[in-house]
Write a protein that binds this ligand. Sequence first.
Ligand code: ADP
Ligand code: MG
Length: 643
Amino acid sequence: MADIIQLLPDHVANQIAAGEVVQRPASVVKELLENAIDAKATSITLLIKDAGKTLVQVTDNGIGMSVTDARLSFERHATSKIKSAEDLFNLHTKGFRGEALASIAAIAHVELKTKTENSEIGTHLTIEGSKVISQEPAVVPKGTTISVKNLFYNIPARRNFLKSNPVETRHIIDEFHRVALAHPNVAFQMLHNGSDVFNLPSSNSRQRIVNIFGSKTNEKLVPVHEETEILKIEGFVLKPEFGKKSRGEQFFFVNDRFIKSPYLHHAVASAFEGLVKSDIHPGYFLFLEVDPHSIDINIHPTKTEIKFDDEHSIYAMLRATIKHSLGQFNIAPVLDFERNKGFDTPYDYSKKQPTAPSIEVDRDFNPFKEKPKQGNINFPFKREQPASWESLYVGLKDGFGSTQPPERTSSGAGWSSSGAGWSSSGAGWSSSGAEMEMEFESEEVTGSLFENENSEIGQITFQIQNKYIVSPLKNGMMIIHQNLAHQRILYEELLKNITVKEAVSQQLLFPLQLHFSKPDLEIIERVREQLEHTGFIFSEIKDETIEISGIPVLILESHVVNLLNQLVHDIKEEVPDTGFSQNDMLAKSMAASMAIKTGVSLNKEEREHLINQLFACKEPTVSPTNKPVFTALDVSDLDKKFM
Ligand code: ADP
Ligand code: MG
């Protein structure tokens, strides 16, 4: 019998190998991005057309390749990353198999342009289906651009197998996220069919997460940190309440490489036990560092799976660390770092028998009885003027329900009033220039809105769902949306600061360094002056970095990144010609970022303060974006519920 065994020609072998490495355009994206990282690029641009089916192109500013290396890089088993099998156990690069480019070139039209730092001129190589079509000298910048066109052009079955453009794009974005998250110090850009999808400046990992997943993410992150001899863990988990029904943001990186590990996932999920319902998936961004000798990443061709030598210890450590971080976050409210000593039992008392307190009861107390009027009211806040909220409800002597809600004047400042209280001439806000001044006509406050309005008004308040503040009125109740109310307060305060230029700053001990893309930085430059009026101190703005040495007293340092990102976003989104001034939009955007959020629990003083401040506003009824801030229910409304 004749010999029947033959060696497969290279291009066939490559096509078969390609089937393993390249399943879809996203696989090409992953390989090219990882090569760019391995080439020490600091800036990488990914450009795709038609979900990568027509084009995937990656440009980097890395080390580039020589003319010969350019050619060799498309050979099978051509790699600069390992020399012996030994090296496999000490990998610091993403690639090592030398298969990716060979595989991709077997099933697409590929163009490579590359130049090293030291060569005068670069090279331009064209390959189709493993065949070199041309190689010419080319004038190109340092670094590498690889364009992969018409993927699977020679394997129609595979091409037909590709999913719809949105699905393939989703896969590409997933890969892009994974590489971008693992390398926050590298700048990334992604464009699809000519428009920007991501523009990620070089930053740190928190900022990178926020830049990718949106400014709202910042406040959801709980930092995780642990370092032992065998393992270092850094990163964040999402607060339990932000878990999702679908698997959302779940990222493990081991030595800067994204991996999937059901085993480690289980460790994280078990740390969340009892904090989330069983159908909710916690979110996490966890960066593990281990000795490269203690893992084997060679078990899967696309290298998203990994084997640890000491899996059990890593599981236990991960679980304990996350539990610890969540615990810290749960018991320690944001601003309260120290335990209040007042809660401890004084030493003298620790051994004493408790005695029952004697109680005195005021049997005449009737919470529904109206108390006699008592002069003026003290406001525990900045604007000392007494004429605030109840004055808004002038003519309420007959009770809240019988009065029409007060009308807003067309100018929007203050209220028009028919009876006592405000009159446009005497009392109320007179806006002289930008300065708001308040004069008060009479000491006597005629309307009494709140049940217990003597020296401290609005004393009885409740919070519902950490979202609404409820306060009884003389003849009903008022329900205030805490976030919208605070937005209104901040908006007026900020607008005043911007125009009157009187805000105070809090100096930062360590100046903040923030990174923005060039266009974003230009936007900040444009509003720099106004921002400075609100209390920001920019010690330096240059290249893509801002150094901030002072911030408005109204905000927390940790919110600054968020706030500026949101501001840039809002300014970009701003519809031209809406008739609003830039100051107005600036104040709106900042107020929205800074305002107390839904979900924040407020204590009694905070609730009162908020109410007082709200009703010291010019327009307490509506939020800066024109939503109602509060609503009132009177007894007759309630009565209807019981009929
Ligand atoms: P691997 O990454 O496993 O080594 P690849 O097929 O992905 O295999 O790449 C082959 C070789 O081509 C790499 O080892 C590297 O030397 C070179 N190379 C690939 N992409 C780039 C790039 N963007 N910049 C510089 N060199 C590159
Ligand atoms: Mg590679």
